[in-house]
Design a protein. Sequence first.
Lengths: 237, 237
Amino acid sequence: MGSDTRQRMADAAFALFEEHGYDATTVDQIVERAGVSRSTFFRAFGSKEEVIFPRHDDLQAKITARLESGNAQTFRLAIAEAAGLVLAQYLDEGQVALTRYRLTRSVPALRDREIASTLGYQRLFREHARGWLAELGGPDVDLHAELLAASVVTAHNVVLRRWLRGETAAPWREFDDAMVAVFRGFDPAPTGGGSTVVVVGSDLPPDEVAARVRVALAGSDPTLAPADRLDGPTLGR
Amino acid sequence: MGSDTRQRMADAAFALFEEHGYDATTVDQIVERAGVSRSTFFRAFGSKEEVIFPRHDDLQAKITARLESGNAQTFRLAIAEAAGLVLAQYLDEGQVALTRYRLTRSVPALRDREIASTLGYQRLFREHARGWLAELGGPDVDLHAELLAASVVTAHNVVLRRWLRGETAAPWREFDDAMVAVFRGFDPAPTGGGSTVVVVGSDLPPDEVAARVRVALAGSDPTLAPADRLDGPTLGR
DNA sequence: GTTTGGGTGATACTGAGTGTCACACATCGA
DNA sequence: TCGATGTGTGACACTCAGTATCACCCAAAC
């Protein structure tokens, strides 16, 4: 399996895109620089666009796993942490993510594709939210699930774009605040305030615990079930 | 100017897409059936994809006009009615909109493009919302403007898709309800409830007046300025 | 040693999109 | 009436993305 070959092609493509632009770069130029044939390129990537975008499969699997570890009582934190997995992916990519951002901003075809790709994540959030909201028994479950998913993805993207543009040095803090803002406006079963019980046993840093509690408290039903809370999958950040 | 020629090409394209599918239809087949040359086709549409999508320019202008007729006190109704212009456009298209929906559902490239096109509208909402929210003086103006725009577009799309799938016979009622749901969860300046004064002078049908008042009341600051309210542009539905 | 299968290369082909030149025709002013 | 100008169209050649097919190499398995 030429995972090495694949990387060589991707490197050559990114370099040429930076040098001459996306449209002005032909696949022939890419394969020539990478020292492979056109056949190899299209077998590996399928299209010229796909060189730019990362594999989504494993990330989607991780998101699904985190969402499925939540329940109707803890869905806010599940969604927030699942969205955090996406942000973590981009931050890990570092320079590659920045280059891709420059390209998607300047080439309409790539921009369209990038936008469409976020809908894959939105779909995961929507489907899980639908189940949780149905269980909680509010009205207009489909609409609210759709709104919740769209809001989470949008809030994530706002923070991500600020980081991509170099407008923030503390993306995680902004991300947590954004998630709080999302869930504050989104309240499936208003109760008009009430007592809150938080039971936390954890070896996470105090700031981390505080951040998670804030997300959980953003809704109106901030009951925390200890067993399901901080013992679940963590972001690993 | 061959607006007639343009229509002939579009008709031929839609017919062939229905008969053989989008990918299996070549531009040569389209121009042959329409009785024109390839040159004419690409001059009129630019690409094979563009035959399917309508002109957005005039609709965007109408949306902008409606948004600019609103102000910080009446922004909810301005946004809701502006979004209603989009829905009205689709309902007017009728069969064409349904055919396009079938195509965009089955062809990934068209689906991506459709998704990306909605972002144009979202941008209009976002920019105007940013101004209004800044005037109202809440925190995180950028984030909230983005969330509001995304929510409006999402809610609109939920109703639109239900109509496209034939799942509703009363899209306008569902649309009004969806807008109410959006603004209920979106409250730029919570006041904890208060007295409300509604002054309405209008010759609209009572149901119509009621619907608009409901949208306006969805927020927490439902002050209605009569002069700016029902004397502004109407949906014409 | 032969077979089997994954990764690769070479080649030819289809079809979208671009660029250029030529032609028809309608309008307008001298 | 004539020529100039502009607009819509056709014809043609070209580039390049993406597909299909066949051949080849090489390593592991039998």
